[in-house]
Design a protein around this ligand. Structure first.
Ligand SMILES: [Fe+2]
Ligand SMILES: [Fe+2]
Length: 267
């Protein structure tokens, strides 16, 4: 890791705190004895979240036949892990949109859907873990924007002009969003798996968990609006997926994430 990741973190006087509702929700998930009752209690304090969850559960993304009007019913139908994913997605929206714009929010959501989808298809990761990995993979970018918005805009321009994102960040910040995201994940006490995938989503073969890091890598690549080149041999070796299969998955992921985005974006 670049020494300058720590230097940049020192520059930022106050690191963003993980939204409180996520901290609480993740705490409950780790405890086997608590359940949907506790989760619905948390949501009772957050009307915006409740509204979003109900909207989502009634959206085309889940496709339940009848209208679901109560949180308890929604939780029972979705289960704990899906509910956790929705909470993460909804609770992170303000931070992601304020620091990275709507594009970052959209890309994160799509990457969460992609990672979950790829995990289901390949079996290399738990689908619920995969959603959080995909959703949070670029979280380090918010630190670059907080540290120096003008310079970060220059990075974006360099990337639009074809430069590799990690190279551009290293050049202008002497650190990059993968290393910074790893530090933030540790500060937020996210799981080792999650922190590792955040750190290596641009360089999965350097990870001690190459298979799941490759899943994060591929989810990111196919979540860009423009088709992005990726290392087909590595993906085939790690995930057992062929290019034509991946392109078909990409279409299905686009459809799924559009349904999800339309629902969450509307409010
Ligand atoms: Fe990234
Ligand atoms: Fe990304």
């Amino acid at each position: 890791m670049s020494l300058d990741s720590n230097k940049l973190l020192e520059q930022i006087k106050e690191l963003p705190a993980m939204p409180n509702v996520i901290v609480k929700a993740l705490g409950i998930m780790k405890d086997d004895n608590s359940g949907t009752k506790e989760l619905s209690d948390i949501m009772a304090y957050d009307q915006a979240l409740t509204t979003q969850v109900l909207k989502l559960v009634n959206s085309a993304y889940y496709g339940f036949a009848q209208e679901i009007t109560s949180v308890n019913k929604a939780l029972a139908l979705l289960g704990m892990t899906q509910t956790r994913n929705i909470i993460i997605a909804v609770a992170m929206k303000p931070m992601l949109t304020s620091q990275g714009g709507r594009d970052m929010w959209k890309h994160s959501l799509k990457c969460g859907v992609a990672a979950e989808y790829l995990a289901n298809k390949t079996g290399v990761a738990d689908a619920a873990d995969a959603f959080s990995i995909g959703f949070l993979h670029d979280i380090g970018k918010i630190l670059l924007n907080i540290a120096d918005t003008m310079t970060y805009q220059k990075v974006k321009t360099m990337v639009r002009n074809g430069m590799d994102v990690i190279d551009a960040e290293n050049e202008l910040f002497e650190t990059n969003h993968a290393d910074l995201g790893f530090l933030l994940a540790k500060k937020w006490k996210l799981s080792v798996l999650l922190a590792n995938c955040i750190k290596y989503h641009h360089d999965p073969m350097s990870s001690s968990m190459p298979q799941i890091s490759t899943l994060a890598y591929l989810a990111n690549k196919i979540s860009h609006e423009e088709p992005d080149l990726f290392d087909e041999d590595m993906v085939k070796e790690q995930l057992g997926l062929e290019i034509n299969q991946i392109m078909q998955y990409r279409d299905e992921i686009n459809e799924k994430s559009s349904a999800l985005f339309a629902t969450l974006n509307a409010s």
